[in-house]
Design a protein around this ligand. Structure first.
Ligand code: C2O
Length: 527
């Protein structure tokens, strides 16, 4: 992969964006389950780069995971780094993206992992496959957008458009069309690569059969609307069985955080039956759900169940070794140099800790026993408990630290993620590196440790790597800590991550890290 600047025109204006191989979105990586993947990334731009293979388990190969200052120092200008990993026990759709600052806005692409040779899909074989990448586009440089926000202490500007396969397209002016043949079945591999938007996705006149989420098979179900959070992927079967024509495809924001802003940004594209040659403008239209369509969102999320078949059993941990309760949300911190309001700035936190990025990678510090880089005292619960969906407490201040939580190798973990509303309740798509987890429970308002676990689904909960914590509510996830290393947990809204809504797990068996991990590659970048 060559990381290069490329002049790109969208919304009638051009800017030199950072890309991989000059493409936006970047190239699709194709592999099969069991393959070893070797990618040399060379940085030809003036900013630091890393690439993360979002959702790839990276069993014992944390050096190839990619988050800057967590598992590696960034690749500097003129340098290269070879990512080397094996895809074990996974097949489906994932995404790769830059994992430093806001670079992933333009540096991202699809990962398609086919099943092992000779192993069929657990659903009818499609005639064709298509990758659909949803994204966002800013007219300004995204690094400038976030840097200005950090200086002022205020929220950054929202994007100027949503995109489908790299193109905005507004109602009736579609810049992107996909051709399908009448009577054929298509597997759409849909990825939300947007920075800060959960997106609804819909195709006029067509039902979609959901078969997979985050590279885990699900029990197939039909829907006309999908909801995909940033970092999540969804595979659907689409049968081109309608009157040949031009059908509108839409991607639009889902946000039920009050106050609901009016966001008219709807990306459109056209599903074009072969034989219809007159232009790309859709003739069969559809309207997306309203921006705050909580019901439509829930209907979709609650339909996701892991396939739990003989071949793909859902191995949900039943006995729990670590039971953790993390509050996720925003708060404010004093900021004497900020322009905003009363000299304060917005921060993100987990259990009231605003994560401070280290200046050398945590995994290197762990492996080489460098002290003073992190502490392992991340709290298992918040310092004060309150009615998380009611009035916020008077003290919104958080504490800063590079604090991580140590899990024993192979221990089972239950993690309840409770959304808080210090400023306002907001949803948070939380992503865990290095693991898939089972989403065993979810609810609104406060998690009730007595009664809610009785309702957990321990049979066929959906298995994924990124989960939406509902606005003013909670989710419970379970996983087995079977992957030694240091693994990032963060909100996949890039703005929240920047503000500190992140932490990391250290997984080890108490012995010398050198016995659990492969040694760092020779070309591992230095800080
Ligand atoms: Cu897709 Cu840590 O990110």
């Amino acid at each position: 992969m060559q990381v290069v600047r490329k002049n790109t025109t969208r919304l009638c204006s051009s800017k030199a964006i950072v890309t991989v191989n000059g493409k936006f979105p970047g190239p699709t990586l194709y592999a099969r389950e069991g393959d070893r993947v070797v990618v040399k990334v060379t940085n030809h731009v003036k900013v630091n780069v890393t690439i993360h293979w979002h959702g790839v388990r990276q069993l014992r190969t944390g050096w190839a995971d990619g988050p800057a200052y967590i598992t590696q120092c960034p690749i500097q200008t003129g340098e290269s780094y070879v990512y080397n990993f094996t895809i074990i026990g996974q097949r489906g759709t994932l995404l790769w993206h830059a994992h430093v600052n806001w670079l992933r806005s333009t540096v991202h692409g699809a990962i398609v992992i086919l099943p092992k040779r000779g192993v069929p899909y657990p659903f009818p074989e499609p005639d064709h496959e298509l990758v659909v990448i949803l994204g966002e586009w800013w007219k300004s440089d995204t690094e400038d957008v976030i840097n200005e926000a950090l200086k002022s202490g205020l929220a950054p500007n929202v994007s100027d458009a949503h995109t489908i396969n790299g193109f905005p397209g507004t109602v009736n002016v579609s810049n992107c069309s996909t051709q399908v043949k009448s009577g054929k079945t298509y597997l759409l591999r849909i990825i939300n690569a947007a920075l800060n938007e959960e997106l609804f996705f819909k195709i006029a006149g067509h039902n979609l059969t959901v078969v997979e989420a985050d590279a885990s098979y699900v029990k197939p179900f039909k829907t006309d609307t999908l909801l995909i959070a940033p970092g999540q992927t969804t595979n659907v079967l689409l049968r081109a069985d309608r009157v040949p024509g031009k059908y509108m495809v839409v991607a639009s924001t889902f946000s039920d955080s009050p106050p609901v802003a009016v966001d008219s940004m709807i990306a459109t594209a056209t599903l074009h039956y072969v034989g219809n040659t007159l232009g790309d403008t859709p003739t069969v239209l559809t309207t997306p759900p309203p921006q705050n369509a909580t019901q439509a969102a829930n209907k979709f999320i609650n339909s996701l169940r892991s396939i739990n078949s003989k071949r793909y059993p859902a191995q949900v941990p039943v006995i729990i070794d670590h039971s953790l309760f993390f509050t996720v949300g925003l708060g404010v911190n004093p900021c004497p140099s900020c322009k905003a309001g009363n000299r304060s700035r917005v921060v993100g936190s987990i259990n009231n800790v605003t994560f401070v990025m280290p200046t050398i990678a945590l995994l290197q510090a762990h492996y080489f026993n460098v002290s003073g880089v992190f502490t392992t005292d991340f709290p298992t619960k918040p310092p004060f408990e309150f009615n998380y969906s009611g009035n916020p407490p008077t003290n919104l201040g958080t504490t800063n630290g590079t604090r991580i939580y140590r899990l024993k190798f192979n221990a089972t973990v239950q993690l309840v993620l409770q959304g808080t509303g210090l400023i306002a309740p907001e949803s948070h798509p939380i992503h865990l590196h290095g693991f898939n987890f089972f989403a065993v429970g979810k609810g609104i308002r406060n998690y009730d440790p007595k009664n809610d676990p009785k309702k957990f689904n321990l049979v066929d909960p959906v298995e994924r790597n990124t989960i939406g914590v509902p606005t003013g509510g909670w989710v419970a996830i379970r996983f087995r800590a079977d992957n030694p290393g240091i693994w990032f947990l963060h909100c996949h809204f890039e703005v929240h991550t920047t503000w500190g809504l992140k932490m990391a797990f250290l997984v080890d068996n108490g012995k010398d890290p050198k016995q659990n991990l492969i040694p760092p590659p020779k070309d591992l970048p230095k800080c």
